[in-house]
Design a protein around this ligand. Structure first.
Ligand code: GDP
Length: 367
């Protein structure tokens, strides 16, 4: 039998036997030049995802494989979910290969954010996590911002070798690669993209000018990402889609801000201060007294405090409290995958509550 073709969407090898298995396509489709598997077909046409079975072991195997190749690794992270979209341990697998760190979704940052500060923050964080990227670039794959520069950087750093694009699901890896293909060839979508995490399954190679290839590697599902605790019908409310408009709240100690039912931000101690919330524009913010916050949450989560709404609130892990004693004025308290709150004054104590497993940390303001 001839070697089976690959799906033009996800790259997985096509099979025609098992309807529920990966890469299934009806036998009749084998006559076509461009074959798309059933899973990608459904996704493309119905925006509907079938469950993926990329286990953590599979992903480790792929990472291990990368270390044995020679080429440039392009690692994509979501600036809104830096920690949630990090691939822990990547630096141990890449061997001597250079890593270009690309932070995506720059279009969501408010205009007041300084690119240089974002890049410096990314460099510091990467280093703290054990990775020394050859360079750091900020892009919007969706809008095309910064893409030309990245394409040039890839050309420079790959030095005639292959390119491996890695990233966890939902960072915009498919959008990024589609954008590169478009810039290179003028063609439209070749790789599947979607709203739903976990959609790019197998390695797919895109030929480059000089005989080398650019490989899309499967995205691993990082289980602690906020997006995985939210029902897909409600994801659109928490994932920002447009440039974020900061919302300013003048707060006194003893006050609390709820961001839907997803997070809570307590002002415990300090002088009256402005707190600037950077999160999806449609997320409702609710202000209350700290002493009432626990009971309000218990009584009204899913209703007054939403999303998630009553129907899906049980999927959300319980909120965990993280206390910070902030010394410097203009410090961001970041909740991975949701956004951040800039505390404008120095010497305040705050507590951020976020779903269990979701990372919460502070950094100097990006503004
Ligand atoms: P993948 O799972 O990493 O391949 O991610 P996709 O390319 O499917 O994108 C995941 C989600 O992020 C989709 O809803 C995209 O529309 C969105 N997305 C991708 N790139 C960008 C970007 O540059 N800006 C914004 N705002 N959204 C993006």
């Amino acid at each position: 039998m001839n070697e089976m073709p690959q799906c033009i969407g996800c790259g997985t090898v096509i099979q025609t036997e098992d309807k529920n298995g990966l890469g299934y396509a009806p036998a009749s489709s084998l006559e076509k030049e461009m074959i798309i598997c059933q899973r990608c077909f459904r996704l493309k046409n119905y925006n509907e995802i079938q469950p993926v079975s990329l286990t953590d072991d599979d992903f480790l195997r792929i990472l291990n494989g990368l270390g044995q190749q020679e080429g440039l690794i392009v690692k994509i992270v979501d600036i809104f979910d830096f920690n949630g979209s990090w691939l822990p341990g990547l630096h141990r697998f890449v061997g001597n290969n250079p890593v270009l760190l690309v932070a995506n979704k720059a279009d969501l940052l408010p205009k007041s954010v300084k690119e240089k500060k974002v890049i410096n923050w990314l460099k510091r964080e990467a280093k703290a996590l054990g990775l020394k990227p050859i360079d750091v670039k900020l892009v919007s794959a969706h809008k095309g911002m910064g893409m030309q520069e990245v394409v040039e950087a890839i050309e420079e750093y790959r030095n005639g070798k292959d390119v491996y694009v890695v990233g966890c699901t939902n960072v915009g890896k498919s959008t990024f690669i589609n954008r590169i293909i478009k810039q290179a060839t003028g063609e439209g979508e070749i790789i599947t993209t979607s709203h739903f995490p976990g959609t790019t399954l197998d390695m797919i190679g895109i030929p480059l000018d000089d005989g080398a290839s650019l490989f899309d590697t499967p995205g691993i599902i990082n289980h602690h990402q906020m997006a995985h605790h939210i029902d897909s019908s409600e994801l659109k409310y928490i994932m920002p889609k447009k440039e974020i408009k900061p919302k300013v709240y003048q707060q006194n100690p003893g006050q609390t801000l709820f961001i839907g039912a997803l997070a809570r931000f307590d002002f415990i101690q300090g002088e009256r201060s402005a707190f600037t919330i950077h999160a999806a524009n449609d997320l409702p913010i609710h202000r209350t007294k700290l002493e009432r916050a626990d009971s309000l949450y218990e009584e009204h989560k899913g209703e007054l405090l939403a999303p998630p709404t009553t129907k899906h609130i049980d999927q959300l892990p319980p909120l965990v409290r993280h206390e910070f004693s902030i010394k410097e004025a203009k410090t961001d308290v970041v909740i991975s995958g949701l956004g951040w709150v800039t505390v404008q004054h120095a010497n305040v104590v705050v507590a951020a509550h976020a779903p269990k497993g979701v990372e919460v940390f502070i950094r100097p303001s990006l503004i």
